[in-house]
Design a protein around this ligand. Sequence first.
Ligand code: CA
Length: 225
Amino acid sequence: MKILIIEDEQGLRETITAYLTEDNNICESCYDLQGAIAKLAFYTYDFVLLDIGLPDGDGFAVLNYLKDQTRSEAVIIISARNSLDDRIKGLNIGADDYLIKPFHLAELKARIIAVFRRKSTNSNNSLVFNEIVINLMGRSVEVNGSAIILTRKEYDMLLYFIANKGKVIAKTALAEHLWGDEMDMHDNFDFIYSHIKNLRKKILDLTSNDYLKSIYGIGYKFTDE
Ligand code: CA
């Protein structure tokens, strides 16, 4: 998953970034409100981890921004402020969860998976698209009951496609999602094609349904329509 970490404590920001990167996520980070809004204006994420006490204002402004823009990022507030009012305010403005500092990184990971699951699936720990089943905890995939072995990028790509099923995904968005925000500096996205080709082949080895549609000149769409 692609995660934006908004946290002004450098040590904590770096610790969270290292932990979640090690856990196969693409992490971007910033340390204040201004930086957060600048990132969110240009890029999209699966998750935003949001500190409330920031040097240039409080993190609720980020929640209001996401709400005003009707964005789909999931938000987990990470805050030392343990007042009931703050929690209720955060959850009311649209945060999906609230974690009080200090917390264990393993708990943060569990909360991220729980929120993602709640937002995108109805079943336990898995994301299902017809005959394709993704096990989120084990990062494994089955098609028609048989396991397929995917590379890290293929897995992330499939997860992103299924989480955004039916939507057209631009090549730039796909590249930023899987390789990081700085990918928008590239002028050529041909390298994505080989990952797409391999992913499609592995799925088509086990099903006759080709869900991954190319949208000429734009990008891709994962759909069963
Ligand atoms: Ca802070």
